[in-house]
Ligand binder design. Structure first.
Ligand code: NDP
Length: 326
């Protein structure tokens, strides 16, 4: 694990850093880098994101120009756009000795972009969305990131990447070396296994309660909308997922949890998890994703239709109105 003492801003003092994309990650990276004294140029298409970067006072240019002006390029646009944008606007501007950094390993793990010889390449993957990256930085702390040096042509790739990590605030929390392939697989597995499992668990609990005559609003508030469950997970991140129940739960709660722990998921859930991970590793998922993208993501519309029509979404609207939330 790398911490503050392992990284130095001197290692990037001569760099000009192009932040390509000014969205969830790009906005936070750019602001933290600038506040750490790093020279930043934002690369974005001429649209609202570009206007936002200009309004925030950044030297903002078309992507190809930002890359040409930089010695380090951070690719912070959605993964599905990497292939096209990299080929047309980034690759032509990369020079020997540049450092190219991705925030997620997807494009390299699945060979969607081919990098030239002569450059340093690294993964610096925040394990957090953008808003807390900025907020924690301004408060003097940071968030976890995974790091992997993929190509080291200058002999300084690790020092440079750690310099960027320090400037964004990651070394304040800790930067863990994790191979790029592992980072990619973990991220996809969480999206494809853990998240659907949790969503289905919440929906099933809601349907049981409402089906048995409970008022949907207090049911949803009690399940997760009060934020209590979220606070427990925050606590669990430091104390441990089982320990938090031990420490925060009453004897009644702990007895109830232990009574049903390990009994509610069907025996085939583990096999499904293994199959999902298998498809992530052997590329079957990515092939499916490509077909979906080519067809214009029809499943995403199905997802929206399904949850918008669902009783949980309608209940969310109701309690938001009751609580006066926008
Ligand atoms: P966003 O969706 O927030 O990126 C939006 C930015 O990308 C905008 O500047 C947008 O500009 C630009 N963009 C989108 N499509 C294109 C395109 N086709 N051509 C050029 N620019 C485009 O992305 P994130 O910040 O969520 O993700 C960036 C990277 O960070 C990804 O690799 C992701 O996996 C990784 N990551 C994201 C996390 C997160 O919490 N979101 C967490 C950890 C890693 P425009 O107005 O031109 O569309």
């Amino acid at each position: 694990m790398y911490f503050e003492k392992d990284a130095s801003l001197h290692d990037i003092e001569d760099e000009v850093v192009a932040v390509v994309g000014y969205g969830i990650q790009g906005k936070a990276f750019a602001a933290n880098l600038r506040d750490s004294g790093v020279r930043v140029v934002v690369g974005n298409r001429d649209d609202d994101y570009r206007k936002a970067a200009l309004a925030d006072g950044f030297d903002t240019r078309p992507i190809a120009e930002a890359v040409a002006a930089a010695t380090t390029v951070l690719l912070l646009i959605p993964d599905e756009a990497h292939q096209e944008v990299y080929g047309s606007q980034i690759a032509p501007g990369l020079r020997d000795g540049d450092l190219f950094v991705l925030a997620h390993g997807f494009s390299l793990r699945y060979d969607r972009i081919a990098l030239p010889d002569g450059i340093d390449v690294a993964l610096l993957a925040p394990k957090m969305f953008g808003k807390p990256i900025r907020q924690r930085y301004t408060e003097g702390s940071g968030v976890l990131a995974f790091l992997d040096v993929v190509e080291d042509r200058t002999g300084r790739a690790l020092r440079r990447t750690l310099g960027i990590a320090k400037a964004v605030g990651f070394t304040r929390y800790g930067v863990l070396p994790v191979p790029l392939a592992t980072e990619t697989e973990l991220d996809l597995f969480q999206e494809q296994f853990l998240t659907p499992l949790l969503l289905d668990a919440f929906r099933t609990a809601f349907e049981v309660l409402v089906g048995a005559g409970c008022d949907p609003v207090p049911a949803l508030l009690d399940m997760h909308a009060s934020g209590e469950m979220a606070e427990m997970m925050v606590e669990a991140a430091t104390t441990g997922i089982y320990e938090v129940i031990e420490q925060q739960g009453s004897p009644t709660c702990r007895f109830g949890v232990q009574k049903y722990l390990g009994t509610l998921l069907g025996p085939d859930v583990r096999a499904k998890g293994e199959r999902i991970l298998g498809d992530i590793r052997n590329g079957a998922f990515v092939e499916e994703l490509s077909r979906e993208a080519q067809a214009g993501y029809p499943s995403l519309a199905d997802y929206r239709t399904a949850y918008e029509a669902g009783a949980m979404t309608r209940t969310h609207d109701t309690y938001r109105a009751i609580l006066g939330h926008p």
